[in-house]
Design a protein around this ligand. Structure first.
Ligand SMILES: Nc1ncnc2c1ncn2[C@@H]1O[C@H](COP(=O)(O)OP(=O)(O)O)[C@@H](O)[C@H]1O
Ligand SMILES: [Mg+2]
Length: 248
């Protein structure tokens, strides 16, 4: 372990990025970003609007190609690996705004969750059943168009769909955005149980306190650069972090 609590032994790492730079045109939205995350751990990414959090998640999912730097997944260089291949390797993004198919039914959306991974019909059915037990609200709405669900139900559908593909690394972009506190609480309970099952998670969340309580490690990103890496518990207690991000 080094000072920031990171184990540099790459065998244990689920993901590692090295001096990553992600641009829109000539503008670098993410600059010289480096971090790593151990298998089975949860990393919270904290930062103001426009800091580059979504862009960084897109870089991990392969939706955004880097101009510089490298991405490693379980020690393998995936910098040039396209998003659908990363998805089949076990990296799944639950995007900001959920990314569900509004004009497909709940059931059809869930079936798509198994698309990237090769799995038998039986396995797919079992995975869907498992998620319906986690999110019983969805069970009664299987034949309803996804676009007619409430915001909370859409977020549940989006997470359920991601989990059906059995990800090893789940990337969650603002899962509580626009949700009532009670729904947010349910979503975070599910996130904690996903972590218990051994899935590695990177979570971007406006509710920084909630994210830091859930996560093991945390990074702070400001104007496209990582300005702090620490244990999540350490940042929760930190005066400057409390003032800037926790509204204390
Ligand atoms: N499609 C895009 N085209 C041009 N600039 C973008 C695009 N998406 C995001 N940006 C810019 O990149 C920066 C980082 O955005 P983003 O990653 O969405 O931040 P965050 O998720 O932290 O709010 C912002 O300055 C934003 O305006
Ligand atoms: Mg964002």
């Amino acid at each position: 372990m080094n000072k920031s609590g990171y184990n540099s032994n790459s065998q244990n790492l689920i993901i590692k990025i090295d001096a990553l730079e992600l641009c829109y045109g000539n503008i670098a939205a993410v600059r010289s970003c480096s971090f790593s995350l151990k298998k089975h751990e949860c990393l919270a990414m904290i930062g103001a609007n426009g800091a580059g959090k979504t862009t960084l998640l897109k870089g991990l999912a392969g939706i955004k190609n880097p101009r510089k730097g490298k991405v490693f997944f379980k020690g393998q260089n995936i910098t040039q690996t396209p998003p659908h291949v990363r998805s089949s390797m076990g990296i799944t993004l639950v995007p900001e705004g959920r990314g569900i198919f509004a004009r497909l039914t709940v059931k059809e959306n869930l079936l798509l969750g198994g698309y990237a991974k090769k799995m038998s019909k039986l396995e797919l059915k079992q995975n869907i059943e498992k998620q319906l037990n986690v999110f019983p609200q969805l069970k009664e709405k299987m034949l309803q168009l996804a676009g007619t669900l409430s915001g909370g139900e859409q977020q549940m559908l989006s997470i359920a769909r991601a989990l059906i593909g059995k990800p090893e690394l789940l990337l969650l972009d603002e899962p509580s955005m626009g949700l009532a506190p009670i729904v947010t609480e349910q979503i975070f309970k599910v996130i904690a149980s996903i972590k218990e099952e051994g899935v590695s998670i990177i979570i971007v969340e406006q509710n920084a306190a909630l994210a830091l309580e859930t996560a093991d490690m945390a990074i702070i990103i400001e104007s496209g650069e990582i300005t702090r890496r620490a244990k999540a518990s350490e940042l929760l207690e930190d005066d400057s972090v409390q003032k800037a991000y926790l509204g204390v």
